[in-house]
Design a protein around this ligand. Structure first.
Ligand code: GLU
Length: 445
């Protein structure tokens, strides 16, 4: 890392002790930014990096609720409003027991650059709670969401901060959150949340967008080697919203997706995953992935273990941060891997990224490859602002255009900085320069 940047990075780490994921995300971005600061000393003079690493506002609050047995429960709620240089803070809410400030800050930090890459007018933010929706009744989830929004509503708004979903927050949770916001404020302010239901201000394609976008970005990378998804054997990790839609899109392009996973294990379905059954098991029945193998013949279920043991030419990590380490990456490379498209946020460890890049594997980092979700959220905001709703075809065409554009700009930036094919460099520099220019123009705030 550039010595000037390393000194700033060390200060950021010291000011934010115990936040390992935030440290990792900051370090990974800083490693790309040396050459930008050679060309733009004004960014150093204006302390752009120091300001970027300090969220504009961080909110932490108590979320009390009662479970179905009448017992009082307390969770912690977060919203980190990281950077508003390009637009209102924008980013999801994650409900998962692992959530603490370091996770929310890593996600919010990534979101700044990701949102900049989309070319849409959205800043970066993230939030969530250590609440675990798994095993909770709909009524419990509703009471939790209502309590969460009873504090959050003061901080958000169509022009201020626009939350959406992430792990543990899907259409059901967004519905309860929106209902409570509307009730407290007495405003039908559609643009305050994205990922809404289609009949009450949601956008077609938003549910599919992250997974579809990851595959579109990966397809663009494959094209640079004169190839495509057609006939490829693909492995996807996870089995949530992003994973399911990545499977669907990859298979629509002629690939066979042979495996996916959840936190208990993975399935191998050599004929190619049955997307309708996977949706039924995961989204309708809210069951574990093992249930898929019970209902479909010819499928093996491996309890525990790593889905990355399954050989593939394209890997799409769509589960969670740091799910793919250096050893798993080395095994994938030995098994003939050609490309990785990150559907999750920071799923590959820094060691894994190094293994992929050293082996010449096409590697699309999450902040570029999974930007389709938030980009379509911005399209949802656009529809809400104009009180309109677009067709599936039109919205999907816009998503495709945005993903192809992100690929193009990452590739062009990597070329410009003398490292062709390095999408990590291209995404980090491309996103950073847009935000840094806007921050400079807006003065010292
Ligand atoms: N949570 C998603 C992400 O990581 C989507 C955020 C949004 O739509 O605002 O980008």
């Amino acid at each position: 890392m550039d010595a000037r940047l390393e000194a700033i990075r060390d200060t950021v780490l010291a000011r934010n002790p115990g936040e390992a994921e935030f440290h990792q995300a900051v370090t990974e971005v800083f490693e790309s930014l040396g050459p930008v600061h050679d060309r733009h000393p004004e960014f150093l003079e204006a302390a752009i990096l120091e300001r970027l690493c300090e969220p504009e506002r961080q909110i932490i609050f108590r979320v009390p609720w009662t479970d179905d047995a009448g017992r009082v429960r307390i969770n912690r709620g977060f919203r980190v409003e990281f950077n508003s240089a390009l637009g209102p803070y924008k980013g999801g809410l994650r409900f998962h027991p692992s959530v603490y400030l370091g996770i929310v800050k890593f996600l919010g930090f990534e979101q700044i650059f990701k949102n900049a890459l989309t070319g849409m007018p959205i800043g970066g933010g993230k939030g969530g709670s250590d609440f675990d929706p798994r095993g909770r009744s709909d009524a419990e989830v509703m009471r939790f969401c209502q309590s969460f929004m009873t504090e959050l509503y003061r901080h958000i708004g169509e022009y201020t901060d626009v939350p959406a979903g992430d792990i543990g927050v899907g259409g059901r949770e967004i519905g309860y959150l929106f209902g409570q916001y509307k009730r407290i404020t007495n405003r039908y302010e559609s643009g305050v949340l994205t990922g809404k239901g289609i009949s009450w201000g949601g956008s077609l394609v938003r549910p599919e967008a992250t997974g579809f976008g990851t595959v579109i970005f990966t397809q663009e990378m494959l094209k640079t080697r004169g190839t495509s998804f057609d006939g490829r054997r693909v492995v996807v990790s996870g089995s949530g919203n992003v994973a399911i839609n990545a499977v669907a899109k990859a298979q629509s392009l002629g690939a066979t997706v042979v495996a996916c996973s959840d936190s208990s294990g993975y399935i191998v379905d050599p004929a190619g995953i049955d997307v309708a059954l996977l949706r039924q098991v995961k989204e309708v029945d809210r069951a574990r992935l093992k249930e898929y193998s019970v209902r479909r013949g010819g499928v093996s279920y491996v309890e525990g273990g790593s889905v990355w043991d399954v050989d593939a030419t394209v890997a799409l990590p769509c589960a969670t941060q740091n799910e793919l380490d250096g050893d798993a990456a080395a095994k994938l490379v030995r098994n003939g891997l050609l490309a990785v498209g990150e559907g999750a946020n920071m799923p590959s460890t820094r060691d894994a990224v190094a293994v992929f890049q050293d082996a010449g594997v096409l590697f699309g980092p999450g902040k570029a490859a999974n930007a389709g979700g938030v980009a379509t959220s911005a399209l949802e905001m656009q529809q809400n602002a104009s009180r309109d709703s677009w067709s599936f075809e039109h919205t999907e065409a816009r998503l495709t255009e945005i993903m192809v554009g992100i690929h193009h700009s990452c590739a062009a930036t990597a070329d410009e900085y003398g490292d062709p094919g390095n999408y990590v460099l291209g995404a980090n520099i491309g996103g950073f320069v847009k935000v840094a220019d806007a921050m400079l123009a807006q003065g010292l705030i």
